[in-house]
Design a protein around this ligand. Structure first.
Ligand SMILES: [Zn+2]
Length: 302
């Protein structure tokens, strides 16, 4: 299906610092054919054919999603594993919550020339979040819902299993709702005193009924009511990057719908395991859970 992409689409041969929302560690690197050079000036043009230009856009931290640009046709490897590139040489890599701090990115041209970059990720400190007063059935689910939870998990995994060639993920993300950030990625959760899985989303608290918008273009791959996350919406942004929105009050799109950035997709609610109205926004690269705040700066409007 056709995609209308905004002017912010990173169509040029490299990312542009001035437009990039997360240029905190953006850099252009050159191959070792010349002295290794690292620069924040992405408008720099290198003319020698021996030079390989690679742009990386994002924060070099645990939990980060990095968007990159390599020469068209080049092979990209992260820690020895091949990274998918699209027809424009764009690629995406993600570093999970406790990812090793040392990562090696290699870009290899068809002629064998290689560019190597050793990346040191910033180690993150995650906070501990205690939530008390939850209904006990939401902390330790009763036996009769075990099958439902299992089915929910399979459906969610399926909804994030695609690998489409949409390139919406290379556009500038916008906050999906107005509100106040009330929870962040990575926090260890202790529910009614019981340690649970870390929290993997960014929570935006606001009143029930507050509109939720698509942060970039996408295709709906799930719109369903799940036991834990309530009304849950998943958007495919391409190349295994997905947004998930939890606890929504209403969902106004259906599976298969194409949505444009800024289009309303539903409203904030408090469905599922939730102590108050908020939008929990998550970013996945396939199964890897990443921090939405590594691809967007600042805070939502209030
Ligand atoms: Zn949350």
């Amino acid at each position: 299906m056709p995609f209308t992409l905004s002017n912010d689409t990173l169509r040029s041969s490299k990312f542009h610092v001035t437009r990039c929302v997360v240029a905190l560690s953006a850099a252009v690197f050159m191959s070792s054919a010349v002295a290794a050079v690292e620069s924040n000036d992405q408008s720099k043009v290198f003319s020698s054919q021996e030079q390989i230009e690679v742009a990386l856009n994002g924060k070099f931290t645990q939990g980060a999603l990095l968007r990159g640009q390599a020469p068209v046709g080049a092979k990209v490897m992260l820690n020895g594993e091949t990274v998918q590139t699209n027809h424009e040489g764009k690629f995406v890599v993600g570093f999970e919550r406790e990812a090793p701090l040392q990562q090696t990115l290699i870009v290899e041209l068809a002629n064998g020339n290689k560019w190597r970059r050793d990346i040191t990720l910033e180690k993150r400190e995650y906070n501990i979040q205690r939530i008390d007063g939850l209904e006990q059935k939401m902390v330790t689910p009763p036996a009769e819902v075990t099958a439902r939870i299992k089915k929910d998990n399979i459906n969610v995994a399926n909804a994030r299993s695609g690998n489409s060639d949409l390139d919406a993920l290379f556009t500038r993300f916008e906050w999906p709702a107005k509100g106040v950030i009330s929870g962040v990625y990575g926090s260890q959760r202790i529910l009614n005193g019981v340690p649970k899985w870390p929290h993997y989303g960014v929570d935006i608290a606001n009143e029930t009924g507050t509109p939720v918008y698509a942060p970039v273009d996408g295709v709906v791959t799930m719109a369903d009511d799940l036991y834990y996350s309530g009304n849950t919406l998943i958007l495919d942004h391409g190349m295994r990057v997905f947004s998930t929105f939890l606890h929504m009050d209403t969902i106004t799109v259906e599976v298969g719908d194409t949505v444009e950035q800024g289009e309303q997709i539903g409203t904030i609610g408090s469905t599922g395991r939730s102590t108050g109205p908020h939008l929990d926004w998550r970013i996945n690269l396939g199964k890897t859970r990443l921090d939405p705040q590594t691809i967007i700066t600042g805070a939502p409007e209030q």
